[in-house]
Design a binder for this molecule. Structure first.
Ligand code: NDP
Length: 249
């Protein structure tokens, strides 16, 4: 199994891509902690993984709170003995052009998407150091690579994740701690339900995406699994784009 003996913490793991990653990690032998604001969905995902024979623990986590992160990392280590893998996956999306973005909305998006990744990384590194290394996988977006006609703070936050990943990679490589970013295209989850259900949008993407379909959470989960595993032991500071070819055009 590709994550045998590893302990992983996935933020925003109650549903969507984070839940798909949690299921895949558990099926590959990892003990998985999912941290999320959504308690009902989190407990459902936890139960589903445990019933399937995996080992999973849900803990309530608000990624914008440093003390919450410290508690969740401490609980992970108390329960499973260590921390090898952190997936900073929690995020929120806003379709607001620059002039439509309030200061409050900007701060909220930056807090969850950018500060949340910083705080998670900061909390995890001391535990990874204790076991001689680890893997941090930060979920950015194609919105962290190219601009968008309809979102602003979201792009800024995902661009911040991309470069925080590279700084983390450089600062901790000598301690065996790797950090890589993942850049999904449009993936069918609750976050994108509204746009994906818009028939005009759907048809536009199907016609213009080189691979003519929308992404599924599992498409991203397999990339995250690879980066989390020792198979990627020579990869740090890199960007894995999973977008059906959208940004290659
Ligand atoms: P979902 O909304 O399905 O899942 C995100 C999860 O993060 C939700 O459970 C959400 O809970 C949780 N979350 C939000 N804020 C916080 C917080 N402060 N603390 C803890 N958990 C929180 O989205 P996806 O699975 O689609 O997205 C996962 C990641 O992938 C995000 O970072 C997103 O930006 C990124 N991404 C998504 C793409 C897509 O097309 N779906 C494309 C590219 C990147 P709640 O509902 O309470 O907010």
């Amino acid at each position: 199994m590709r994550l045998e003996g590893k302990v992983a913490l996935i933020s925003g793991g109650a549903r969507g891509m984070g839940a798909a990653e949690a299921r895949l990690f558990a099926s590959e032998g990892a003990k998985v902690v999912i941290g999320d604001l959504l308690e009902d969905e989190g407990r459902q995902t936890e139960a589903q993984i445990n019933e399937a024979g995996g080992e999973c623990l849900f803990i309530r986590l608000d990624v914008t709170s440093e003390s919450n992160w410290q508690d969740v990392v401490a609980t992970t280590v108390a329960r499973f003995g260590k921390l090898d893998i952190l997936v900073n996956n929690a995020g929120i999306f806003r379709t607001e052009r620059v002039e439509d973005t309030s200061e409050q909305s900007w701060d909220q998006v930056m807090d969850v998407n950018a500060k949340g990744v910083f705080l998670g990384t900061k909390a995890a590194i001391p535990e990874m150091r204790k076991v001689g290394g680890g893997s941090i996988v930060n979920i950015s977006s194609i919105a962290g690579l190219v601009g968008s006609p309809y979102s602003s703070a979201y792009n800024a936050s995902k661009g911040a994740v991309r470069l925080l990943t590279k700084s983390t990679a450089i600062q901790y490589a000598r301690e065996g701690i790797r950090a890589n970013s993942v850049h999904p295209g449009v993936i069918e989850t609750e976050m994108t339900r509204e746009v994906v259900n818009d028939e005009a949008f759907r048809q536009f993407r199907l016609v213009t995406n080189p691979i003519p379909r929308l992404g599924q959470p599992e498409d991203v989960a397999y990339g995250v699994l690879f980066l989390a595993s020792d198979e990627a032991s020579f990869m740090t500071g890199s960007e894995l784009v999973i977008d059906g070819g959208w940004t290659a055009q």
